[in-house]
Design a protein around this ligand. Structure first.
Ligand code: 13P
Ligand code: SF4
Length: 364
């Protein structure tokens, strides 16, 4: 058996050559491989997708595919979910292991366990708090939620998941995205002052015991830097220029942006809403640039105008790491019988994480 093809040689290939080789390898592999792509993926990768979607849709799709190899063109936590939700005979592959999510990295097991311990010094944490992790988190945090009566949510089901969480216990510990947590709580009618930010780098999250006892939701101090580029002033300027324009944002944007938007929802909801909108409408979109540019091109023939919210370029730079060179390297290795970059969640962790994921899927 030959050794896996090293990546170095691929680094020197032109994009055009990679595209030719990607097509040839895919033709050779046929149904052996299925390619899942998140909406933020760059165009030169997205064109090869078999299935596309937001995090919720992709996690369901991963469970429904039959190909032995799932090549995930997204970020690390998505490939972990694909590994956990797919059949034992399937292998999830992430073409570049450096494709992480900087928001997911803002929480880790040591910090969440410390938080849980400190909350336990203030009140009966297992009776008072349901832990809810955004799907943008490592598998061990999903396992933590599975083990402590908690659950996973995505940007498209956070409302119904929070409702479920409150049927279990009176309070929620929400990590790692404070903005999704705050917007979800607000939509449920929870006053902003009853949602406190938990700073994992300070004792007791930087809160007093009374603040912890009063809080309905504790919001982990985490955020997506891509979505923090969007500001309310961008919406104000758009509305002043285009009074009939419509604004749609992702719930990872800050509270002011969400509150000033006409619609707030997942990437799938953003795509669907604009595709189904009447011809001639004008849109301002607060989410990642690759999605917005693709959508703008697709709906332009219907006379719809789609504008990006920020004045600077903001892409998910980690997802961008999945480039034609890495995809060609992954597929040619597969065609030669080598699995490179498999994502394997340890079985004991996967079992607990699946508990929290299955609770989510049963509700949404
Ligand atoms: P969606 O689930 O809405 O696709 O969001 C994933 C994500 O990482 C957004 O930044
Ligand atoms: Fe993570 Fe933000 Fe990229 Fe989404 S856009 S994958 S939250 S870094």
């Amino acid at each position: 058996m030959t050794n896996p093809l090293p990546f170095d040689a691929y680094n020197l290939l032109s994009d055009a050559e990679c595209q030719t080789r990607i097509r040839a390898a895919r033709a050779q592999l046929g149904k052996e491989v299925v390619l899942l792509c998140h909406h933020y993926q760059r165009a030169d990768i997205y064109q090869h997708a078999d299935l596309t979607g937001d995090s919720l849709k992709l996690s369901r799709l991963a469970a429904q595919t039959d190909s032995p190899y799932i090549v995930f063109c997204g970020v690390h936590f998505m490939a972990e979910v694909a590994d956990m939700m797919s059949k034992p005979s399937q292998t999830a592959i992430l073409p570049d292991l450096a494709a992480g999510c900087s928001m997911a990295d803002m929480a880790n097991l040591a910090k969440v366990e410390r938080c849980w311990r400190e909350l336990g010094e203030v009140l009966d944490v297992e009776q008072e708090f349901t832990p809810v992790t955004y799907i943008n988190s490592a598998a061990d945090l999903k396992a933590f939620c599975g083990a402590h009566g908690g659950i996973v949510c995505t940007s498209s089901n956070a409302g119904s998941i929070a409702k479920w969480a409150f049927t279990q216990r009176p309070k929620i510990l929400f990590f790692p995205d404070q903005h999704l947590g705050r917007w979800t709580g607000h939509k449920m009618g929870i006053p902003l002052e009853d949602m406190m930010v938990w700073d994992p780098d300070r004792e007791y999250g930087g809160l007093t015991h009374d603040q912890i006892k009063k809080a309905k939701i504790l919001l982990w101090k985490g955020h997506c830097s891509v979505h923090q580029m969007f500001q309310k002033r961008h919406i104000d300027a758009f509305r002043a220029q285009h009074p009939d324009g419509i604004v749609i944002s992702h719930p990872e944007c800050n509270f002011e942006v969400c509150a000033a938007s006409d619609h707030v929802g997942s990437t799938e909801l953003i795509v669907k809403t604009i595709k189904e909108a009447p011809p001639g409408t004008r849109w301002l979109v607060g989410t990642e640039l690759n999605l917005v540019e693709r959508l703008a091109r697709e709906v332009a023939p219907e006379g719809k105008i789609v504008q990006f919210m920020a004045s600077t370029i903001c892409m998910c730079s980690t997802m961008q790491r999945i480039d034609p060179q890495h995809l060609a390297w992954t597929l040619e290795n597969l065609a030669a019988g080598h699995v490179v970059n498999p994502i394997v969640v340890p079985p004991h962790e996967a079992e607990l994480a699946r508990l929290a994921l299955d609770r989510m899927l049963a509700i949404s």
